[in-house]
Design a protein around this ligand. Structure first.
Ligand SMILES: [Zn+2]
Length: 183
């Protein structure tokens, strides 16, 4: 079983516009801007042996304002620019009551199954409470990037940026190695 790091997409791996206090997901390749600051942290985690998976709620697919073809083009670009192993998408609207729309855990379970990941040894990186909630239920550790959307629910760690994410994960990994050697 391997360890993985799950990343929220919007606002973490790509830049997201903010309108009236909410992030707005890009609807076309033209609007899609990869977060250049994510490259080095992801390369470090990849080199440390983690499977890297992006997860994203994209209700625009079922609401009809995000064409699948456009999303595929954005994700091809994202995979080209960042060393991601996979990108998992919930295409549903909240009214669909699906098991994959975050804060539900469906995308984490799908990623764990597909990539043979042990969820207790996985980390979730996001700027939103929904991912921390899903992490908590699934048994992963969450690292929240400080933002207006982290809420007041369960939080394992709050950090300022993606390079702090790498430092924190390295600390947690060496602490758990130490525990394994002691027992
Ligand atoms: Zn869904």
């Amino acid at each position: 079983m391997k360890s993985g790091v799950f990343f929220e997409r919007d606002g973490v791996l790509n830049l997201a516009k903010v309108e009236r206090g909410h992030q707005v997901s890009p609807r076309s390749l033209d609007e899609f801007e990869v977060n250049a600051e994510a490259l080095e942290p992801l390369q470090k985690l990849k080199a440390a042996g983690f499977v890297l998976v992006a997860t994203t709620n994209q209700p625009g697919l079922s609401r009809g304002y995000l064409p699948r073809r456009e999303l595929d083009r954005m994700h091809a670009l994202l995979k080209q620019r960042l060393p991601l192993d996979d990108i998992l998408v919930c295409p549903h609207d909240e009214t669909d009551r699906c098991p994959c729309r975050k804060p539900q855990t469906g995308l984490l379970l799908e990623g764990a199954f597909k990539w043979h990941l042990e969820l207790e040894r996985c980390y979730i990186v996001s700027d939103k409470w929904q991912d921390a909630q899903a992490a908590h239920v699934a048994g992963c550790s969450s690292l929240l990037l400080k933002s207006p959307w982290i809420g007041k629910g369960h939080q394992d760690f709050v950090v300022m940026n993606l390079s702090e994410v790498v430092t924190k994960i390295q600390q947690l990994q060496s602490a758990s190695m130490l525990l394994m050697h002691q027992s």
